[in-house]
Ligand binder design. Sequence first.
Ligand code: MN
Length: 271
Amino acid sequence: MSVVLLTNDDGVHAEGLAALGRAFAELGEVYIVAPEREQSACGHALTLHRPIRPVQLGERRFAVNGTPSDCVNLAVLGFLPAPPVLVVSGVNHGTNLGDDVTYSGTVSAAMEGTLLGVPSIAVSLVDGGDFDQAARVARLLALRVLVVGLPRKTLLNVNVPATAPRGIRITRLGHRVYSGKIVEQVDPRGRSHYWIGGGDPKWEDLEGTDMTAVHEGYVSVTPLHLDLTHHRAVMELNDWSTSLTAQLRSETGRAPVAPKRGDKPRKPRRG
Ligand code: MN
């Protein structure tokens, strides 16, 4: 039987993860490996400076003292009896739309799966929505992905509306409008501190975006690509190379010598 990995960033005891567990129970040998406590907005962080200790909570259920990416890395690279055929991250408590996906622990778990070569899906639900309904949507997509696969280096970012979905739309990421506000407060000792990430998020109202689809009551499915290179910009910036190299040489006052094979790295010299 195939191994399926479920994880999240709201912690192993979160309701959204439990709903995923119920929806996927029949789909394979389902393992839950998830952070022991909430890790929302932790991004793609990996824990490299202390050991990761999974604690077994059930037959195939583990709490990890780390991030969502730690959980996926651990599970895919040898902790599970076999590498998973699918990673599903969620159901997140709250949406992960547009530019916000860059902060998301939920989406980062799916990124980690994708980087390790496992088809991966991130699922998030509008606050106040039905977790079981979102988990059923995740299952539907998972079955499709298991049959037809995903393009290389691509994951699915899924957002489910709070109301019964009117349908499923394939979308692109929307963009946040940053109002540039931070909130400054003063503590009882007279020192300033700040809150970031407060205030109501505003979004560009654009056709075809994840934001608009969810707003109109549809499930949004955005394929995200992990090659972050802007290939057109590589072409556009190509002539920088010659002029910047010339500038660099005129500043250092000498032409660099190409290292020969077998050369030891040279100590930096004062020039
Ligand atoms: Mn979360």
